[in-house]
Design a protein around this ligand. Structure first.
Ligand SMILES: NC(=O)c1ccc[n+]([C@@H]2O[C@H](COP(=O)([O-])OP(=O)(O)OC[C@H]3O[C@@H](n4cnc5c(N)ncnc54)[C@H](OP(=O)(O)O)[C@@H]3O)[C@@H](O)[C@H]2O)c1
Length: 332
């Protein structure tokens, strides 16, 4: 079968297509014919310096089950499934143990024609989604879901700030709207402003032409501030996010897109009684909960562009350019 590998060659990491034997599923595994993968910002980071190589990259993939091990009961051939980011985080709180089996990082990922995964490491995907749409769910989708729904306990009438137009943020926008909340979206790109409005953002702020975007959030909320900020900027944006937050508001700490930023002071966290919560993707239980909501609401992930299997390098370069809106996929 064809698969991609990240390899170390003379001290440099390279991404190369290779031939590997088709895996045979163990008794507790299912063999998935992968049909699509999606890319995340983390794949750029891992691609620069994988801790273990050779490594099949990418955590997000969807396909159909073609074979099941002798002990598998809950999944059958023909089921349409996606792999879970943390193969062994099934429910409850995140533990250190979960990091031992992260797809495309500590174990081989999904950018291959066939992948053997534990029965408990796959979930059935909503029936109305294409494989590309389903491949968008495991990392970006579930991160946004855990942030707003599982931990943030979003409710109708809330105001949510989402930052930029990457995978996590566009999912957050969609889940916020699905929950009856209002979305204030930021972007650094003029050409993406209209697209955010068409998706349902109530207001859009350009964080390049309006660097103090938090003041506009306060204006738009009558001085009160937002109920949720889905923080993908990290240290570079957190001080502004806290100023944009209402008293008792919720910040989900997710990403590091915004660089180093200003000197951080906890004053606003204390004075506002802000709630901050680190979010790391999510458990299998959360994934299934999210899939039920997606199915019931006939929600479709926003897939910006689909590349062919031979085009993994240009697909990664496209994500690195930041020109995308939502998710970028590879058809396998
Ligand atoms: N903790 C977790 O479980 C988890 C899971 C997934 C992702 N993440 C992290 O979350 C972040 C987003 O991941 P992703 O895969 O969604 O990324 P992505 O799809 O690559 O998103 C990139 C987009 O973010 C926006 N952006 C860039 N710099 C920004 C800044 N300073 N302020 C606001 N927006 C900015 C840009 O949108 P515009 O062009 O519209 O400005 C850019 O197109 C990354 O840091 C990633 O590592 C964490």
């Amino acid at each position: 079968m064809r698969a991609y590998e990240l390899r170390n060659e003379s001290g440099k990491t390279v991404l190369a297509m290779t031939e590997r034997p088709r895996p045979a599923p163990a008794a507790d595994e299912v063999l998935v014919r992968m049909r699509a993968a999606s890319l995340n910002f983390r794949d750029l980071l891992i691609g620069r310096a994988p801790r273990n190589a050779p490594l099949i990259p990418l955590c997000d993939g969807a396909g159909e089950v073609v074979e099941t091990g002798a002990a598998v009961r809950s999944i059958k051939a023909g089921d349409r499934v996606a792999g879970t980011y943390f193969q062994d985080w099934l429910s409850g709180p995140l533990t250190a143990n979960a990091f031992r089996t992260v797809l495309g990082q500590t174990v081989d990922g999904v950018l291959a024609e066939y992948v053997a995964l534990k029965e408990h490491g796959v979930v059935r995907v909503p029936g109305h989604l294409s494989f590309e749409e389903a491949a968008a769910l495991p990392c970006a989708g579930l991160t946004a879901w855990q942030a707003l729904v599982t931990q943030g306990r979003i409710k109708p009438g809330d105001t949510v700030v989402v930052m930029g137009t990457g995978g996590v943020s566009i999912f957050a926008l969609q889940f916020a709207l699905m929950s009856g909340a209002r979305v204030i979206a930021t972007t650094g790109s003029e050409s993406k402003e209209q697209r955010l409005k068409s998706l349902g953002a109530g207001a859009v702020i350009n964080y390049k032409s309006t660097p103090d975007w938090e003041k506009q959030v306060l204006e738009l909320t009558g001085g009160a501030g937002a109920d949720h900020v889905v923080e993908v900027g990290g240290a570079g944006t957190l001080p502004r996010s806290l100023r944009a937050l209402r008293h008792g508001g919720f910040v989900s700490l997710i990403g590091v897109l915004g660089g180093a930023g200003e000197k951080f002071s906890p004053g606003n966290i204390i004075m506002k009684g802000a709630r901050l919560r680190g979010i790391f993707v999510g458990s299998r239980d959360m994934f299934e909960e999210m899939n039920r909501a997606i199915e019931l609401n006939a929600m479709r992930p926003v897939v910006d562009r689909v590349f062919q299997f031979e085009e993994a390098a240009p697909a990664l370069a496209f994500v690195e350019s930041g020109a995308h809106f939502g998710k970028v996929c590879i058809r396998i």
